[in-house]
Design a protein around this ligand. Structure first.
Ligand code: SF4
Length: 694
């Protein structure tokens, strides 16, 4: 624990790590944080926290933080510190030059899921109203964009259906592609409590995660599927539910389109989708599949929770729709204890998506082509909006290499470290004439930048984050920004430098604009948040208190949509050269690429990423526990220390990606989800050999 002294005052704010959104009381002494105390009245965490939120805030004052704007002509030049005004004027001039020279669509922006709703709203507004195009995307592109697509298609809105309290009413949980004890620890505590009370658990994961068997908890079924076969496994479960008449006909007739259900049912009932037919290539015994399907359909309230093990696949969107199909077929939607619940990774990935960070959607998930929706924004902003969807991140990089995309404003994302195909990302960035990185540290992407705008931490700003249960939590400034400006002020001043007549004195005014333009936020205001502590959207005239559980009386889209989800094997194949499958995940004490957690006290706890390998595979290769090994794929190679464990099945290896030296994205492929371009991070054919071997 970092103890500085006795606190003088405290401020309630929200953790800036994962999508659980825990509330904390920051106990302060002047401008110094004495300690972060989990807030007992926080509705997402109820006084609990994990080690990251409680102790890993030291990065806010780390010496590596860049506090002054910097500019350089070429990326090989040394950085030159400048004042804020000079930096804004430089970026504005460069962006306008690029648009004059190459056209309006030559520049774009990326919003950050680590920033507040108000900040992401401003970045997408800058792109749409200031740049005059829709070239805005977000880091959700590489994590939960398939959730947005799949749940939007099936239910009509791109968000989880339940609040966290709902887990207390659950009888059966399907946990697929998520490891909440490491990734979402405070939610995991609530889930474990329910499991200890007797709720049943089905884990679908290639790896034997802690919840499969831990103190007083034993999963009823662990389906250790081969990475990349989610859709086949879910369709096999659906096959059992349909062919054994375990579906909820009354619910389906009342809430869905019966003829669409019949079409879907005839598809899943095909013998080719049976557990027996899929066992050979999924690796999951048919008896386990049948048992799990019966338990979910007949075990009472059934809830599905999932993570990036669902979305980061070439069939990520298909998998999300397959999950939605299962929930609808069994009537497990629209009341406490059931539902479909994506466990969002980043603190505000839900909010960044809600705020219109995708190139085809205005805030509130409304397609840019809708003239009625554009009209609302055009009247308020006094501009004409482009009705054509803009470029996604990978398309921006492609266009940069082709020469038609020349400049980008990147708010709080290290795309060179976190996006797939590092070589291509680098080539795209290096091809641009003005890369503006707005971040806390000189990250990998900043190596390719021409302008660096220093960012502020969550402790230095006012705003809101929206967590995985759609809960809008207040973020409160507890210290003066060390760089002089909160992130929303940076975007505001950049917009003003570009000639836009924006004027905001406080983020509450940005939230007022969000409420004015976005029906699901219509009643949200800072005043309401002060009164209630937090609210869950939709929060509007129809639901002034917010909405803990969605789709209570009907789906947002009207009738729930059953969609055929045909399994298509990934193009990433094992073979003699690359016989193993690599999948990835996180550990409790580190967060994503580690930019923050590696700069805190807990850096010492896990100093490197490890490669988990089954004893059988290790023995075949002459690898001992702790050996340095070479991990090679068709894309590249890296070196890691081996950890021999039966957590992974033979044929599967696993690692985390918290340390830059691991270079996990040098190994991964460039295959992506067919609907959203979300990278297939979870399946890579690899070989592992002793580091001094061939
Ligand atoms: Fe922060 Fe998530 Fe841990 Fe809560 S569970 S303290 S939100 S990292």
């Amino acid at each position: 624990v970092i103890e500085i002294g006795q606190p003088e005052h405290s401020v309630v704010t929200t953790c800036a790590y994962c999508g659980v959104g825990c509330s904390f009381k920051a106990e302060m002494r002047g401008q110094e944080v004495v300690r972060m105390v989990p807030w007992k009245d926080g509705k997402a965490n109820r006084g609990h926290s994990c080690v990251k939120g409680r102790f890993a805030w030291g990065y806010a004052t780390h010496k590596d933080r860049i506090l002054n704007p910097m500019v350089r002509e070429k990326i090989t030049d040394p950085w030159r510190e400048v004042g804020w005004d000079e930096a804004f004027a430089h970026v504005a001039k460069e962006f306008r030059r690029l648009q004059f020279q190459y056209g309006k669509g030559a520049i774009g922006g990326i919003t950050s899921s680590r920033c507040t709703n108000e900040e992401t709203f401003l970045v997408q507004k800058l792109v749409r109203a200031g740049f005059g195009n829709n070239n805005v995307d977000t880091c959700a592109r590489v994590c939960h964009s398939p959730t947005g697509y799949g749940l939007g298609k099936a239910f009509g809105t791109s968000a989880g259906t339940q609040d966290f309290d709902s887990v207390e009413h659950t009888d059966v949980v399907i946990l697929i592609g998520a490891n909440p004890t490491d990734g979402h620890p405070v939610f995991a505590s609530r889930l474990k409590k329910r499991l200890r009370q007797g709720a049943k658990l089905i884990v679908i994961d290639p790896r034997r995660i802690d919840l499969v068997r831990s103190a007083h908890i034993e999963a009823s079924h662990h389906l250790p599927l081969k990475p990349g076969t989610n859709v086949a496994v879910l369709t096999a479960l659906a096959h059992v539910i349909v062919t054994e008449d375990l579906f909820d006909e009354a619910f389906i007739r009342e809430r869905c389109d019966w003829s669409e259900f019949e079409d879907w049912a005839s598809f899943v009932a095909d013998p080719a989708n049976s557990p027996e037919a899929t066992e050979a290539f999924t690796g999951v015994p048919a008896s386990e599949l049948r048992g799990a399907a019966r338990l979910y359909a007949r075990g009472g309230n059934g809830a599905i929770y999932y993570g990036l093990g669902v979305t980061e696949h070439s069939q990520g969107s298909t998998t999300v729709m397959a999950i939605a199909n299962l929930a609808m077929a069994t009537g497990n939607i629209g009341r406490p204890g059931v539902g479909v619940n994506p466990l969002r990774g980043q603190n505000n990935v839900q909010g960044a998506c809600d705020m219109g960070s995708f190139p085809h959607e205005l805030p509130g998930y409304r397609h840019i082509s809708g003239s009625d929706v554009r009209d609302v924004f055009e009247k308020l902003w006094g501009v004409e909006l482009n009705p054509e969807p803009g470029l996604r991140i990978p398309n921006m990089l492609d266009a940069a290499v082709d020469g038609s995309f020349r400049g980008i404003y990147i708010q709080g994302e290290d795309i060179l470290q976190s996006d797939p195909d590092t070589k291509h990302v680098k080539a795209g960035l290096e091809a641009m004439e003005c890369v503006v990185v707005h971040d806390l540290f000189l990250n990998e992407t900043a190596n390719c930048a021409h302008v660096f705008l220093p960012g502020s931490t969550f402790l230095e700003k006012d705003g809101t984050f929206t967590n995985a249960e759609r809960r809008i939590n207040r973020v409160r400034k507890v210290m003066t920004p060390k760089n002089g400006l909160s992130d929303w002020e940076v975007t505001l001043k950049l917009a003003q430098a570009m000639g836009l007549g924006w004027s905001y004195d406080h983020p509450s005014q940005i939230m007022d604009e969000i409420a004015l333009t976005t029906p699901s936020f219509a009643s949200v205001s800072y005043k309401l948040l002060e009164e209630k502590g937090s609210v869950q959207w939709p929060c509007n005239e129809a639901r002034p208190e917010g909405t803990p559980v969605m789709h209570l009386d009907g789906f947002v889209r009207g009738r729930g949509k059953f969609i055929r989800t045909e399994y298509v094997a990934t193009d990433e194949r094992t073979g003699p050269r690359f016989p193993l499958l690599l999948t990835t995940g996180r550990i409790l004490s580190q967060y994503n690429v580690g930019a923050q957690t590696r700069r805190t006290e807990n850096v010492a706890w896990h100093a490197e990423d490890l490669l988990e390998i089954h004893p059988h595979d290790a023995e075949q290769r002459g690898i001992r526990d702790g050996d340095l090994v070479k991990l090679a794929s068709r894309s590249g190679e890296t070196a890691l220390r081996a950890k021999i464990t039966e957590r992974v099945a033979p044929g599967v290896v696993y690692t985390t990606f918290h340390h830059p030296g691991t270079q996990a994205n040098v190994i991964t492929t460039d295959f992506t989800d067919w609907a959203t371009n979300c990278p297939e991070y979870k399946v890579t054919a690899v070989q592992v050999s002793p580091s001094n071997g061939p």
